[in-house]
Design a protein around this ligand. Structure first.
Ligand SMILES: [Zn+2]
Length: 425
C-alpha cells in the first residue's frame, strides 16, 4: 500500500514480512475466489501494518535528524562558551518541532502493536482476543496462543511495550520534558531529553525524572524491539526473511474509449525517478509501461557538443578560489559552469521544473549552486555543482534538514552522471 520500502530494507526491518507477503502471493494461484479474498485480506493487513510502521520509522529518523541539528547548532556556538561542566541546558526552536513529534511517534507504535495483533489473530485463527495489544497483555494466558508465541509477547512487553503504553498521555508533560533537555558534553556531545519516570502522574510537581530515560534512545530501542517481536513471530509461523518489495496501488479508474490517456503513474525509485505508467489505449486496452525519467533526459541532452564539453570537465576537481564579490564569494570554473547549465537543459536539477525566467541571452535562467559548499570542502566539479531554480535555491538555503536535501541531490547527480557515462564510452 502506501509506504516506502527503502527505510525497511536499509535498516533491515520487518524482513520476514517480505517472506510472508511472498508466501501469500504464491498461495493465490489456483485457489477459488472465496479463499482468495481471505488470503488477500491478510495481505492488506500486513501492508497496512507496514504503512503504520513506516510512519513510525519516518518520525523516528526525523527526530534523530533534528537532534543532530541541535548538536550542530551547539558546535557552532561552542568556541565562545565556557564549558567547565558535564552538561548544559539547551533550547532551540528545532527542539520544539521535535518534541511535538513524540506523541505521533508513540501513537504509531501503539497502532503497529494493534495491527500486528490482528495479523496474528488471522494467522492462528484465534479470534476471541481483544483488539488492543494492551488488553491482551492483561490476560495473555486466557487465549489459546502457543507457548512460543506467548513467550514473544512477554519478552516484547517487558522490554519496551509496557512503557509505550504508559506514555499514552505524554503530551501533558511536554513542558517538563523541554525543561529536562540538556546538551551532554561527555563522553560524546549529544542532545538528551528525559522522559518522566511516572507519566501517569498529572501534577507537574509530582513528576520525577530520576530514571533518566533518554527519549530518542528509548524510542529507537522501542521501535527495534517491536521489529524483533514481529520478525520472531513471523519466523515462528515459518516465514523467512526477504527484502520487501515496493507495492503500489492499482486503481484503473474509468476507461474512456477513443482516447489514449495515462491512468496511473507510480514512482518506484525516487532517486532514479523510475516508475510505471498504466495507460489506456484508444481501444480501451490497458498497457503497463516502465518509465525512467533520468534516462529520458540523458537521451535528450547527450548530443556530440554536450559530450565534448563533458570530456573537458569530467575529471576537473578544483578548490574554489575566492574572488572579489561576484554574486557569491567563489568563482566557479567557466567550463564546468557551462557544462552544468547544458546538463540542466533549462530544467531545475532538483525539482525538475522548467525555469520560468530567461537570462540576457534568452536562455532559461538557473542559479548555479554548490552541493557541498566551498567552506565545507566542496570542490569545483561537475558532481558538486548543480543548476537550480530560484525556489529550490531558497528552499535549500533555508531548510533545517539541509544535509539530507544535499545528500539526495548529490546522489541524484551522481546517478545522472553515471547514466551519461554509458553514453560517452
Ligand atoms: Zn527547482
Amino acid at each position: 500500500m502506501y509506504y516506502n520500502v527503502n527505510f525497511f530494507n536499509q535498516y533491515n526491518l520487518f524482513q520476514n514480512l517480505g517472506g510472508w507477503l511472498e508466501s501469500i502471493a504464491s498461495k493465490v494461484n489456483g485457489r477459488n475466489p472465496k479463499d482468495i479474498i481471505e488470503i488477500i485480506n491478510q495481505k492488506a493487513n500486513i501492508e497496512w501494518f507496514l504503512f503504520r510502521a513506516y510512519s513510525g520509522i519516518y518520525r523516528l529518523l526525523s527526530m534523530e535528524e533534528s537532534a543532530r541539528f541541535c548538536v550542530q547548532q551547539f558546535k557552532m556556538q561552542k568556541p565562545s562558551l565556557s564549558l567547565n561542566t558535564e552538561r548544559i541546558n539547551f533550547w532551540s526552536p528545532v527542539l520544539v518541532d521535535m518534541v511535538i513529534d513524540f506523541n505521533p511517534f508513540l501513537n504509531s507504535m501503539r497502532i503497529m502493536q494493534d495491527y500486528f495483533l490482528k495479523i496474528i489473530k488471522k494467522e492462528t485463527s484465534i479470534f476471541n482476543v481483544p483488539r488492543s495489544f494492551n488488553a491482551v497483555m492483561k490476560n495473555l494466558n486466557n487465549y489459546k496462543f502457543k507457548e512460543d508465541i506467548k513467550r514473544e509477547f512477554n519478552i516484547y512487553w517487558k522490554k519496551s511495550g509496557s512503557r509505550i503504553k504508559q506514555y499514552r498521555d505524554l503530551e501533558q508533560h511536554y513542558q517538563g520534558i523541554i525543561d529536562h533537555t540538556f546538551l551532554q558534553l561527555n563522553p560524546e556531545e549529544k542532545l538528551v531529553i528525559y522522559l518522566p519516570d511516572n507519566p501517569q502522574e498529572r501534577s507537574i510537581n509530582k513528576t520525577s525524572y530520576y530514571l533518566k530515560i533518554d527519549a530518542l534512545s528509548f524510542f529507537r530501542k522501542a521501535y527495534f524491539d517491536f521489529n524483533e517481536f514481529a520478525v520472531n513471530i513471523a519466523s515462528i509461523f515459518g516465514y523467512k526473511p526477504k527484502k520487501l518489495e515496493q507495492p503500489f496501488p492499482i486503481k484503473y479508474g474509468e476507461i474512456i474509449k477513443g482516447k489514449e490517456r495515462t491512468i496511473l503513474l507510480t514512482i518506484e525509485d525516487p532517486l532514479k525517478c523510475t516508475g510505471i505508467e498504466i495507460r489506456q489505449n484508444k481501444d480501451g486496452k490497458i498497457v503497463t509501461q516502465f518509465r525512467d525519467a533520468v534516462l529520458l533526459k540523458v537521451n535528450r541532452i547527450a548530443n556530440p557538443e554536450f559530450l565534448n564539453i563533458r570530456k573537458r570537465v569530467k575529471n576537473l576537481e578544483e578548490i574554489p578560489s575566492p574572488v572579489e564579490i561576484k554574486i557569491r564569494g567563489f568563482k566557479k570554473t567557466d567550463n564546468i559552469e557551462e557544462y552544468v547549465l547544458f546538463r540542466a537543459d533549462g530544467y531545475c536539477e532538483n525539482c525538475g521544473k522548467k525555469s520560468p525566467h530567461v537570462d540576457r541571452n534568452n536562455k532559461p535562467y538557473l542559479e548555479l549552486e554548490y552541493i557541498t559548499p566551498p567552506h565545507k570542502g566542496g570542490l569545483n566539479s561537475i558532481y558538486n555543482i548543480v543548476a537550480l531554480c530560484q525556489d529550490c535555491q531558497l528552499v535549500l538555503s533555508l531548510a533545517t534538514n539541509k544535509e539530507e536535501l544535499r545528500n539526495k541531490l548529490k546522489n541524484h547527480i551522481k546517478y545522472v552522471e553515471e547514466e551519461i557515462d554509458k553514453k560517452t564510452y
